[in-house]
Design a protein around this ligand. Structure first.
Ligand SMILES: C[S@@+](CC[C@H](N)C(=O)[O-])C[C@H]1O[C@@H](n2cnc3c(N)ncnc32)[C@H](O)[C@@H]1O
Length: 255
């Protein structure tokens, strides 16, 4: 039980960023994780929100396109601390990473899953659903073009005093380093371990305005494969008493 039972790439520096996001987030604010995979870091984030007792909307954004579990060395597919667990979850969940995510979260972090609002689709499309949010953690694709596109899509949504951050600012991901440096200038952000962060002093405010999630809601199962449609779901198991925490969401059938 707990986030540590879920395979993933989550570091202690990323955990510190999430703690800071939750600590500084005003009630009613929103924190988005972009790049969720099996849910390890998401479960940690949602756990911190539950502990805080604050009304914070947690949004999980991923396209969950992967339908096969590839051999090691593929950073996106192979969590270093849970190969066997991930493989079994992929099998149990019917072979897709989306099903494995649901399976693992329900098994190890059901309360956390309950307060999460899931958006399945391309990161930069999902960003359009938001007004201003307090925190965004970018951990989706790590190539230069994708990270640049993610920063361009999400940075304008991080309000004053909010935090924009991301993972894998390291020599093995030169695209992340280049994208950050170009977007913010070398002194426009800080790096600890592999995690980068920028405190946003511009923007309109750190609240949690939700532009219009219903525009993006498709109450149907997601077909596998690439699509620009973003699907919003509540996928929790109904344990949390404040189900209104997930307001703005649509419910859909769950595989
Ligand atoms: C490194 S993993 C996330 C790891 C996770 N945060 C953890 O700590 O375990 C990257 C994830 O980003 C997702 N992804 C990659 N490109 C994406 C895009 N353009 N839009 C949405 N999700 C994307 C992949 O499906 C994958 O699940």
């Amino acid at each position: 039980m707990g986030y540590e039972s879920i395979p993933g790439w989550f570091s202690s520096e990323a955990a510190d960023v999430y703690r800071d996001m939750v600590a500084t987030c005003p009630g009613g604010g929103t924190i988005c994780e972009v790049g969720v995979a099996f849910g390890r870091s998401l479960a940690f984030l949602a756990g911190e929100v539950l502990k805080s007792g604050k009304y914070i909307r947690v949004v999980a954004v991923d396209n969950w396109y992967k339908t096969s579990y590839e051999p090691p060395h593929d950073h996106t597919d192979t969590p270093p601390n849970g190969d066997a667990v991930a493989l079994e979850a992929m099998r149990e969940g019917g072979g897709s990473q989306w099903s494995a995510f649901l399976y693992l979260m329900r098994q190890h972090a059901p309360r956390e899953l309950d307060i999460v609002h899931v958006m399945r689709g391309q990161s930069w499309e999902a960003a359009k659903a938001f007004g201003f949010v307090h925190g965004v953690f970018l951990d989706a694709a790590h190539d230069y073009e994708s990270v640049s596109r993610d920063i361009a899509a999400w940075a304008p949504h991080v309000g004053h005093g909010g935090i924009l951050a991301g993972d894998d600012h390291a020599p093995d991901f030169p695209g992340v380093q280049q994208a950050c440096s170009e977007a913010f200038g070398p002194s426009g952000y800080t790096v600890r371990g592999r995690t980068w962060r920028r405190r946003c002093e511009d923007g309109r405010g750190g609240g949690g305005e939700w532009a219009d999630a219903s525009r993006h809601a498709y109450p149907v199962d997601t077909p596998e494969g690439e699509s620009d449609e973003v699907q919003c779901r509540d996928v929790g198991v109904g344990l949390h008493p404040q189900r209104g925490l997930r307001h703005g969401a649509s419910t859909g059938s769950i595989r």
